[in-house]
Write a protein that binds this ligand. Structure first.
Ligand SMILES: [Zn+2]
Length: 318
């Protein structure tokens, strides 16, 4: 009989797959129910009151980096809960830092789409109903500052607004938080693969399908993708990110060949759901596929990988 567990671990050894390279995406829910996501089987929104217990499990399994996505109870047009001292992300950061200190590196998603009513990653101009870039980056810088005050290690602006990194860096530096790092979602490609995340955070089909093509980067223009990366580096980003991951191996390779900064990739919700659906239908072995995928991403040049499967596969990593 084949010892699958042994083979998984041997594969990780051959491919140098490390737990320290994995980042766990943590959906922190202000509602106090532990809830499996409908379209992402095996993945849960974690209620605020269970965060410590859940993170103990993460740390025991050798994962020491998390990226926090807040799911607030309240949303409004101005996304005011995104900057609140007692916002869901801010209070979770304080909880993590007071209980785990430096054992966990905290990264926070800095955007407004979970906090406003439109689901757009920017504030809308009143008259034209289009995203107001400059108004949005000012708000993003305030969100980043509120995370810094609450103890974050790395802020990760994800709204794809022009000049967001520069504005955030200036805000952090002038308020004495120059040690807080910036990981920019530099090349967030306009993709259908974010739908599971959006539909789970909004419970509203029309919002989950909104068109973000005016600010996210298109798949078919690699030069624009490289330009986005270059601009973010120029503005002061310490690390850059590209997503989705599975169909971006060419870009990962190119980016890593040109730029020296750490490169993070995210295996997004739609990619997770596809893998789960195929495995549930007996089309392939889920663990094998995920280990293969991680090795491909690393081979292409990824330094760190955000994956919803991080915890489940951690026991097979070095
Ligand atoms: Zn967003």
């Amino acid at each position: 009989m084949v010892d699958y567990e042994y083979n998984y671990y041997e594969f990780s050894k051959r491919c140098s797959l490390y737990k320290k390279d994995m980042i766990f995406p943590l959906f922190v829910d202000e509602n106090d129910k532990f809830q499996e996501l409908n379209v992402m089987p095996g993945f849960f929104k974690i209620p605020y009151n269970s965060i410590i217990h859940f993170l103990e499990k993460i740390v025991e399994n050798g994962i020491h980096s998390v990226i926090l996505f807040g799911i607030p109870k309240l949303r409004n047009n101005q996304a005011t809960t995104a900057t609140s001292t007692n916002g869901i992300v801010q209070k979770t950061l304080r909880l993590i830092k007071s209980n785990f200190g430096n054992k966990i590196t905290t990264i926070t998603d800095v955007c407004i789409c979970q906090y406003n009513n439109t689901g757009h990653c920017g504030l809308l101009e009143k008259a034209k109903k289009i995203v107001d870039n400059d108004l949005t980056i000012e708000l993003l810088s305030k969100i980043a500052l509120s995370h810094a005050i609450s103890g974050v290690d790395v802020v990760a602006p994800s709204s794809m607004m022009d000049g967001q990194v520069q504005r955030i860096k200036k805000k952090l530096d002038t308020n004495g938080f120059n040690k807080v790092k910036i990981l920019s979602f530099s090349a967030k490609q306009c993709s259908s693969l974010y739908k599971p995340f959006r539909s789970e955070t909004f419970f509203n089909k029309s919002v989950s399908e909104i068109d973000k093509s005016t600010y996210q980067v298109s798949y078919y223009n690699p030069r624009q993708i490289l330009r986005e990366i270059e601009m973010d580096i120029h503005e002061g980003s310490n690390m850059v990110m590209i997503k989705p991951a599975m169909a971006s191996l060419d870009l990962i390779y190119r980016i890593k060949s040109i730029y020296q900064l750490p490169l993070v990739v995210q295996v997004v919700s739609g990619e997770y759901s596809m893998i789960k659906a195929a495995a549930a239908n007996g089309l392939f072995d889920e663990t094998w596929y995920i280990l293969n995928l991680i090795s491909e991403l690393k081979r292409a040049g990824a330094d760190k990988i955000i994956s919803y499967s991080s915890l489940n596969i951690s026991k097979y990593l070095l």
